[in-house]
Design a protein around this ligand. Structure first.
Ligand code: ADP
Ligand code: MG
Length: 248
C-alpha cells in the first residue's frame, strides 16, 4: 500500500494572475503569489515597478482589471467580485503610519477591536507588552519617538488578528540606527502571530533580512522568485544582479 502523501497547508493568500492598467499602460502585469500563514513574502523592486499597486489590490482599496485574489480559499477579488477592505481580514501598515493623533496609544491599538471591553483590553495589553511599550498606553502619539510610533502602528494593525498583513515600506521613514532593531522585533512579532505577510520594499538588504521568499518585480511583472539566498546568488539576469549589487 502506498503511504499517504503529506498534505501541504493551503496558502493563506493566493494572488492569481493579477493585472491592473492605468491609461492603457499595464502597471501590474500577470502577477501571481502564494503566501502561507507565518510566512513573509517580499515584493522587491525599484520605484515605480508596481509594488504598491499590487498591495493596494490585495488590501481591497483598488480593484484589478484581471485575475483573482483568495484569502483562506475565499475569493475576495475577481471578475464580478469585490470584497471591501474591512471584510478581508487584512492588516495594513504604510510608511506614514498615521496613528490617530487625538487618541491615546491604548485607544489607537483598540480601535479596530470588537467584543467586550475586558477582552479588548487584554489584547491591547498583550500587544503593548509584545512591542515593549507597556506603560505607554495613556500617552498620545506626539509624545512618542518615530520608532515607538511605528511599534504602536504594528500593534494596532495586528490587534484584530488579521489573516494577512500588508506592509508598504514600513521602515523607510525611520532613522538608520533604529531600523535594524525594529525590523528584527517586527519579524519576531509577525512570526509569533502567525499571520501571512506581504512586505513591499525597494531595499534588497531589507528583503534579505526579512523574507522567507522574495518576489523580484520589474515593470509590473515578477521576474524572479524564491528563497532570498537563491535569488541573491542566482540572479535571473544582469539587471537583477545589478539591483542586488549595492547590498552591504
Ligand atoms: P512602486 O510601489 O513599485 O513604486 P506603484 O505601484 O506605486 O510602484 O506605481 C507603479 C506605476 O503605476 C507608476 O508608474 C505609477 O506612476 C503608476 N500609478 C500608480 N497608481 C496610479 C494611478 N492611480 N493612476 C495612474 N498611474 C498610477
Ligand atoms: Mg510604492
Amino acid at each position: 500500500m502506498q503511504a499517504a502523501q503529506p498534505r501541504l497547508p493551503e496558502p493563506r493568500l493566493i494572488v492569481d494572475h493579477l493585472s491592473r492598467s492605468f491609461g492603457g499602460r499595464a502597471v501590474v502585469d500577470d502577477v501571481s503569489l502564494e503566501v502561507a500563514a507565518g510566512q513573509v513574502t517580499c515584493l522587491l523592486g525599484p520605484s515605480g515597478c508596481g509594488k504598491s499597486t499590487t498591495l493596494r489590490m490585495i488590501a481591497g482599496v483598488d480593484r484589478p482589471d484581471g485575475g483573482r485574489i483568495l484569502i483562506d480559499g475565499a475569493e475576495v477579488a475577481g471578475p464580478g467580485r469585490h470584497v471591501p477592505p474591512e471584510h478581508r481580514s487584512v492588516g495594513l501598515m504604510f510608511q506614514d503610519f498615521a496613528l490617530f493623533p487625538h487618541l491615546t496609544v491604548t485607544e489607537n491599538v483598540a480601535f479596530g477591536l470588537k467584543g467586550d471591553r475586558a477582552a479588548r483590553m487584554r489584547r491591547v495589553d498583550e500587544l503593548l507588552e509584545r512591542v515593549t511599550l507597556s506603560g505607554f498606553g495613556a500617552k498620545h502619539p506626539h509624545q512618542l519617538s518615530g520608532g515607538e510610533q511605528q511599534r504602536v502602528a504594528l500593534a494596532r494593525a495586528l490587534a484584530p488578528r488579521p489573516k494577512v498583513m500588508l506592509m508598504d515600506e514600513p521602515f523607510s521613514g525611520l532613522d538608520n540606527r533604529l531600523r535594524d532593531g525594529i525590523r528584527d522585533t517586527t519579524l519576531d512579532i509577525l512570526k509569533d502571530e502567525g499571520t501571512a505577510v506581504v512586505l513591499v520594499t525597494h531595499e534588497p538588504d531589507e528583503a534579505m533580512r526579512m523574507a522567507d521568499e522574495i518576489a523580484l518585480m520589474r515593470g509590473g511583472r515578477i521576474v524572479q522568485s524564491g528563497a532570498p539566498y537563491n535569488v541573491y546568488n542566482t540572479p535571473v539576469d544582469k539587471a537583477a544582479a545589478a539591483f542586488f549589487s549595492d547590498i552591504n
